[in-house]
Design a protein around this ligand. Sequence first.
Ligand SMILES: [Zn+2]
Length: 291
Amino acid sequence: MPEPGIDHPRNRNEFMDWFSEEEKCYEYLEKIRWKSGFICPSCSAKQEPYRTTRGRLTCRSCLHQTTVTAGTIFHRTRTPLRTWFSAIWHVTNQKQGTNALGLQRVLGFKCYQTAWTMPHKLRRAMVRPDRERLSGLVEVDESYLGGKETGVVGRWVDKKSIVAIAVELNEKGGLGRVRLRQIMDVSADSLTPFVCDMVEPESTVKTDGWSGYSKLSEKGYIHDITVISSSDSPAHVSMPGVHQVASLVKRWMLGTHHGSFSPQHLDFYLDEFTFRFNRRTSKSRVFYSIG
Ligand SMILES: [Zn+2]
């Protein structure tokens, strides 16, 4: 049996072999959950539990029952774990991610609804390992997605969704990790919490001269303001990081999701983008970060 977090299936055949039966999937989840053996969540007894089907475990000391899937995205699912695992494999190994239609085709779902809700649940799980805040030199800006291109004046938009972007720059000017969030407007009430949630205090935060960023100094950041309107360089020169990330997000939304999304689901897509972007240089497959 493979060791979770250490052994990674190298290809689809190996993956299919490891998770050929429902029981193997439960066994695998159990090993992720209790690395050095089952511990009863009720009485803390550390001993082999009684096992029944679908990952149900019973403590030998107090007879407390728990499931392997409690507290995971698989909790109370009616879909077999094998199907879930296949979906994760598919979603994380497609270079550009996948949409519901692709997943339905690959996994042979009869019901589009199942194929549609699955990637959303996965995206939510994907972002969990990403709670750590950015630090060092961080560029912050907003970008607009969807809606009509015409008739937009300045920052005041009608049907477009606004996305706040924060990206780390390393010493050589290369891009580090990103954080994205859909925001309702570009006021300080929206932008200040975004920066506080995503960036460590005492980091240098580089923004343009927009008043929505005016409270960053008092929140403990070193605020580096580039006033684009009064400088000769266009936005993509003075803020290369966020500019690049913004165009990658747009291209990805167009390519994978055909540019169509409803604003209430945009956060899920942003989570998936973040997850992929932040692991773009990692050789290990992302399957294990979700488990
Ligand atoms: Zn117990």
